[in-house]
Design a protein around this ligand. Structure first.
Ligand SMILES: Nc1ncnc2c1ncn2[C@@H]1O[C@H](COP(=O)(O)OP(=O)(O)OP(=O)(O)O)[C@@H](O)[C@H]1O
Ligand SMILES: [Mg+2]
Length: 283
């Protein structure tokens, strides 16, 4: 007896629309890292989270989703031989541009900085890339997407393909306002429902908490949304130091405050993902 073709078990379909079609295809192990304002620490956070998850025994893929302004390779001092440009030009499949980052024990798909054709991909290409990404994600425990700042089409598409979007903000008023705008504008794109907040560069735990509460209040009052706080990372001079030396913080300064915070967040993320997976299976 022949069976129906197996559905990719890595993909959850959500939000049936009026015609009965599913609105979103989300990778059940895909986490996006986003921010309203730029320069808040997404790339550093994505790299360090990938590293911490790998240290916890997970098989991790880090995808540079800031397509035309990529800089995971720069922060890590890598010189990728292949990158997303080869995929977009149809020269290679996405699985062929995966490169191991041995020092961190995780894999990387690099973007290419300064490639205009990558920053403004036509939607069809973007959909193809998203589909290839969800396919490749099946080979991993967790996939982290480091996105560009803001809410452009690429960010919306990639964030909507994740089961959880970690929205990074600092306590700067502009960063907070832009985080709120991200959630507001993302509602229609199916992103906001899965947003969890990361407060980065917090001066103290109490300050970080205050930052989160301010954002939460605005979301509750005006959007009727309650994005949870996933974690906080303290401001730490060793972050700049490790980036300057192009060496991951968990290798260079594993006992510093920001490294400790990231290891904690990794544990929370593993738990959060397990819960999300369970919920997706029930739906
Ligand atoms: N916890 C932290 N403590 C101290 N400095 C930090 C921390 N997190 C990030 N930074 C600083 O913020 C800078 C910007 O980080 P990063 O490039 O990761 O931000 P980004 O959000 O990815 O930026 P972009 O929006 O341009 O992609 C880093 O060079 C680092 O110096
Ligand atoms: Mg970045």
């Amino acid at each position: 007896m022949s069976e129906a073709p197996a559905q990719n078990p890595n993909i959850a379909f959500e939000d049936k629309n009026q015609t009965g079609q599913h609105g979103f295809r989300r990778g059940i192990n895909v986490i996006a890292v986003a921010s309203g304002k730029g320069g808040v620490g997404k790339t550093w956070f994505s790299i360090t989270l990938s590293h911490a998850l790998a240290k916890a025994g997970k098989k991790v893929l880090l995808f540079d989703g800031d397509l035309g302004l990529a800089n995971i390779d720069v922060q890590l001092g890598l010189m990728p031989k292949r990158d997303l440009n080869d995929v977009i030009r149809g020269r290679l499949g996405l699985d062929k541009v995966i490169q191991p980052f041995k020092e961190g024990g995780f894999d990387i798909i690099a973007g290419r900085s300064g490639q205009a054709s990558l920053s403004a991909l036509p939607s069809q290409r973007l959909t193809m890339l998203r589909d290839q990404l969800l396919e490749v994600a099946g080979d991993y425990d967790i996939v982290i997407l480091d996105l560009g700042a803001g809410v452009d089409r690429t960010v919306r598409m990639l964030s909507a393909s994740a089961i959880r979007t970690l929205l990074v903000t600092t306590d700067e008023p502009t960063s907070l306002t832009d985080a709120y705008a991200f959630i507001k504008l993302g509602s229609a794109a199916g992103m906001s429902k899965n947003v969890g907040v990361i407060v980065n560069q917090a001066t103290t735990e109490a300050e970080g908490e205050k930052t989160y509460k301010t954002l939460l209040k605005a979301c509750e009052n005006f959007l009727r949304l309650t994005p949870p706080l996933i974690g906080m990372v303290r401001h730490d001079k060793k972050v700049k130091d490790s980036i300057r030396h192009q060496s991951p913080i968990l290798t260079r300064s594993p006992n510093t405050e920001a490294a400790e915070d990231m290891q904690n967040i990794a544990k929370i993320v593993i738990r959060d993902l397990a819960e999300k997976k369970k919920a997706a299976a029930k739906a």
